[in-house]
Design a protein. Structure first.
Length: 248
């Protein structure tokens, strides 16, 4: 575009020299804006769309474009630290009794689950640690101590009528397992009691089952926080079988 053709049209206030100077200035400004070879400094730009042939910077840092390799060298250490803090802090809740064990296992799994590598161009590669199954999923075996905590525990006892001179009971230290199943069988009429204790010495009766004749029964009790559970009958001269099973 040129402004030369407007030099003498529609004005009588400017001399030809002044008019030509204005037109030259407008041509220079147009060239600066459109040539792509000049630096333009402005405060704010408003528009509907923007098109950039090369790089775009915000606050002195390059903007990542679709298809660009992502270099995360500066983010790697802070990201690892943030993950560790998030994982470690999450362990302070309901698993507090096993905190040391779970903390160590989680750290081991977190540090060895993936292997990170970077290409010469800053591309990030992630390799799942072996061993893996046929679908590429990592095979991680939890420590034996943790598996034992998740398994059920139980106790079972029987007594004959001839030996049952003062009643019979079985006691289970169930730890933190809140779900308790009880089974009882008596050779005649009698009562069976479920008792709980904090220390295995002082007992509180939680539930009573009454049999009017010989028979058996089973019950499921949930949400028992006491670590010790006793199943007891005060019936004498009877065959008896008592069983307690606790799980998480």
């Amino acid at each position: 575009m040129s402004w030369r053709g407007l030099r003498y049209k529609g004005t009588e206030r400017l001399t030809s020299r002044e008019w030509n100077a204005n037109v030259d200035a407008l041509n220079d400004l147009y060239g600066i804006v459109t040539s792509g070879t000049q630096d333009i400094n402005v405060d704010e730009i408003y528009g509907n769309a923007g098109y950039f042939n090369n790089a775009l910077y915000v606050a002195g840092k390059p903007v990542i474009k679709d298809g660009d390799p992502v270099g995360i060298y500066q983010l790697f250490d802070p990201a690892i630290q943030g993950i560790r803090q998030a994982v470690d802090s999450s362990l302070a809740g309901q698993y507090a009794p096993d905190l040391d064990l779970i903390t160590q296992y989680t750290k081991d799994a977190r540090d060895s689950m993936v292997k990170l590598s970077f290409s010469a161009y800053g591309n990030l590669g992630v390799k799942i640690a072996e061993p893996i199954d046929a679908y590429g999923r990592a095979l991680v075996a939890p420590p034996t101590e943790l598996v034992d905590e998740l398994q059920s525990v139980s106790v079972n006892g029987t007594i004959t009528a001839a030996n049952n001179t003062s009643g019979f009971s079985v006691v289970l230290n169930k730890g933190g397992r809140p779900n308790v199943n009880v089974y009882y069988s008596l050779g005649g009429a009698g009562n069976v009691y479920v008792k709980v204790s904090r220390d295995g010495a002082t007992w509180r009766t939680l539930k009573t089952y009454t049999l009017s004749a010989s028979g058996s029964g089973m019950d499921i009790l949930q949400g028992i926080a006491y670590p010790y559970v006793m199943l007891q009958t005060d019936a004498t001269g009877l065959n008896a079988e008592l069983e307690i099973v606790a799980s998480r």
